[in-house]
Every structure is written in structure tokens, then in C-alpha cells.
Design a protein around this ligand. Structure first.
Ligand code: UD1
Length: 365
């Protein structure tokens, strides 16, 4: 008898997390396993550069359903996804709703499923920044409050969940599916055009990504941050793939440092090529700090907290904060060759998707 699992994806950071799970599901099915899946794209990210290109490059099949929620406020997106997903579940129930990460789609589908008594599996459960001003933290808390099965990336996540009263039978420390995708694609990474156009040399440029509302929504402080990045990198080129949210503020700035190379959001293989060969990465993303840790590339995070402390304790990441003045001294240490080497956290070994699917088979079959 086959068992239907909904695999939910909505926004860019979800796509690299679902890819290895879908690949593992396909292998187990081909080997006679009982699990079947329905890939539900909520449509939170819809531009080809934020969505379709990732499906193509990572070999993710076309979604079975697209809820086409599009852009909106937090509540508009949440409500749209809930209505769309509820309609789908009422038409055809699934045996499990599998959500990944911490975006609005993750939370909205988890709550919708649980209210219809469809059990929820959360991949990347239990991570916490403690910062309630970030929508992702609210999404994490709300999702884990209605999760049946917690798949975790780190001992920190396990400890957070145990503290919240989650019992061991529902806790599965499996590793990191984002790193499965990175390791599976390491040999396929390829240089984007900007490398040739600007003659970028390995170790001779930086990469920056910024999209958190706290950093990019005010033109004045965003301008200050960009000047600090431009100066701190001492004239070396800084490749800056611009997220659509960031582009809006960027258009309002009178100017920006000449060594910043603005490019469109990059596809997966090109972006990680840039990271792998960079002297360092300056970011406010969480996921990128995991990838730099595995690639051993210095990472400076422009946030005051992180939900991924293992990237700081074990990896190459350092929390710089949001004060632009903190950047120059940190970059000076990097230029002096004093950045830590770092090591890869336990179970970030490329096999996480397989472990998740094997566990789901036992839970659901
Ligand atoms: C979302 C996630 C964030 C993740 C980020 C990665 C939440 C709460 N946040 O933030 O955790 O790190 O994605 O990219 O879920 N837009 C486009 N084209 C698109 C998608 C969005 O132009 O394909 C525009 C929207 O109009 C909006 C802005 O980008 O103005 C933000 O999009 P949204 O999905 O609301 O949140 P992100 O900031 O992308």
C-alpha cells in the first residue's frame, strides 16, 4: 500500500533542502518502498531567478501543485497559503506534511495540516535565534509547536527541543539536507559571467548577500553598511547578488562604493562557485553560514544573533553584529591571515536525505 507525503516548498532557501529528500524518496520508491509524494510549491517565491532555476539545476521535478500565493505582507502570505493548502488537503488528504526550514510557507502549511489532523514532519526543527523581531523565529516557534516528528541538524537544536518538552521518540538527529545538496553538487559548481567580466581571481574578491529587513529596509543605514563593506574590503571586488527586497532600497540610494559588483540573484551552482573561491563572505543569511562552514570559507555575519551557533563554535562563521563600525577590525584580522580554520559539524555528511526518508518509512508505513 502506498503512503502519500506532501513535500512543501515555498521560498528559495527551501529548494536546496527538499532536493535530497525527493531524490531519496525516488530511490526508495524505485526499490519498492511505500512512500509517494506530492510536491507542493506555495508560490511564495515565483521569479525564475528565485525559484525555477533552482528546480532545474538541482533536478527537482516540477511541482505537482502550485498554490501561487505570490508576494504580500506576512499575514497576507500566511493566509493565502493556508487557504490554498487547506483546499488541497480537503480534496485529497495526505498521510504526512513535510515542511523544511523557517519561511512563511513552512509555518502556514504545518498549522493547516495539523488542524486537519495530518501529522507534520519538520526538517531543520529546533533551531532558535531567540530574536522575535525576525519573522523566521516566529515561524520556527509556531511550526515546532505543531510538529509531530522533528528532524534536526545540530545538538543545539536537540537541546532546544528537549528543553521545550519534546520526547526522544519524536526527535531524529539526522544532519543537514542543505549540505547534502552542497556536497552532491560540489563538482558541478561553475563560474558565473561576472568572474570573467571582471577578471576575478580565486581568493581575490569577496561575496556579500543582504536581505534582512533590519539591514536593508532603511536606505540610510543600508547605505552606511555598504560603505563599510566597500572600505573594509580594501578595494577588492565584492560580488553582491541582489535579492528583490534589497533591490528596492538600493534604487533609493544616491550612490554605493565602486568596488561593489551588483549582479542579479545567482543560480545555485554559480552562487556556490563564487562562495567557494571567495576570500570571505559577508552576509545576513543563515543558510550561507552553513555552506561557508563546510567549504572552509571565512564568513562574517551582519547580525547580533544566530539560530545556527555551531557555525560559529565549530565553523568559519563569526557574528559581527549590525554596527558597520565592527566590520573593519574583523576584516583586518582576515587580511592578516588570522581567521579560524573551522571544522564540519557532526552528520553534515551528505546522507541526511536518506536518513529522513528511511525514518519516515518506519513512521508511516
Ligand atoms: C524569504 C524568507 C527568508 C529567506 C528569504 C530568502 C520568510 C519570512 N522569509 O524572505 O527567511 O531568507 O526568503 O530569499 O519567509 N519578491 C520578488 N520575487 C520573488 C519573491 C519575492 O520580487 O520571486 C519580492 C517580493 O515582492 C517582496 C520581497 O521580494 O517585496 C520579499 O519577498 P518575501 O517572500 O516576502 O520574503 P523574503 O524577504 O524573500
Amino acid at each position: 500500500m502506498s503512503v502519500l507525503v506532501d513535500v512543501i516548498a515555498g521560498a528559495r532557501p527551501n529548494f536546496m533542502k527538499i532536493a535530497p529528500i525527493l531524490h531519496a524518496m525516488r530511490s526508495r520508491r524505485d526499490a519498492g518502498g511505500p512512500l509517494r509524494w506530492r510536491l507542493v510549491h506555495t508560490g511564495q517565491h515565483y521569479d525564475p531567478r528565485m525559484s525555477g532555476e533552482f528546480f532545474d539545476q538541482l533536478g527537482i521535478p516540477a511541482p505537482d501543485v502550485n498554490l501561487e500565493v505570490g508576494s504580500g505582507t506576512q499575514a497576507e502570505q500566511t493566509a493565502g497559503i493556508m487557504v490554498g493548502y487547506e483546499t488541497l488537503l480537503l480534496q485529497q488528504r495526505s498521510a504526512c506534511c513535510l515542511v523544511v526550514g523557517d519561511v512563511t510557507s513552512t509555518m502556514a502549511c504545518a498549522i493547516t495540516a495539523q488542524k486537519l489532523h495530518v501529522p507534520v514532519a519538520h526538517v531543520e526543527a529546533g533551531i532558535r535565534s531567540g530574536d522575535w523581531t525576525m519573522p523566521e523565529e516566529i515561524n520556527r516557534l509556531a511550526t515546532d509547536a505543531v510538529t509531530n516528528w522533528f528532524f534536526t541538524t545540530s545538538e543545539h537544536a536537540n537541546a532546544n527541543l528537549r528543553r521545550a518538552g519534546v520526547d526522544e521518540a519524536r526527535l531524529f538527529f539526522v544532519g543537514n539536507t542543505m549540505i547534502d545538496t552542497l556536497l552532491a553538487n560540489m563538482a558541478r559548481l561553475r563560474a558565473p559571467d561576472v568572474v570573467q567580466q571582471h577578471g576575478l581571481q580565486s581568493g581575490g574578491y569577496f561575496v556579500t548577500t543582504l536581505h534582512r529587513p533590519a539591514n536593508v529596509d532603511s536606505a540610510e543605514s543600508f547605505g552606511r553598511l555598504l560603505r563599510a563593506i566597500g572600505d573594509g574590503c580594501r578595494g577588492l571586488p565584492v560580488v553582491f547578488p541582489v535579492h528583490p527586497r534589497t533591490a528596492k532600497t538600493l534604487r533609493a540610494l544616491p550612490d554605493f562604493p565602486a568596488n561593489l559588483l551588483l549582479v542579479d540573484p545567482q543560480p545555485y551552482l554559480e552562487f556556490n562557485w563564487l562562495v567557494k573561491h571567495a576570500k570571505g563572505v559577508i552576509t545576513d543569511s543563515g543558510g550561507i553560514t552553513e555552506e561557508t562552514t563546510v567549504m572552509g570559507v571565512p564568513c562574517l555575519t551582519l547580525r547580533d544573533n544566530t539560530e545556527r551557533p555551531e557555525t560559529v563554535e565549530l565553523g568559519t562563521n563569526e557574528l559581527i553584529g549590525t554596527d558597520p563600525a565592527k566590520l573593519a577590525p574583523a576584516l583586518a584580522r582576515l587580511f592578516d591571515g588570522q581567521w579560524k580554520q573551522g571544522q564540519v559539524p557532526p552528520l553534515w555528511d551528505g546522507r541526511t536525505g536518506e536518513r529522513i526518508v528511511a525514518t519516515l518509512e518506519q513512521l508511516l508505513a
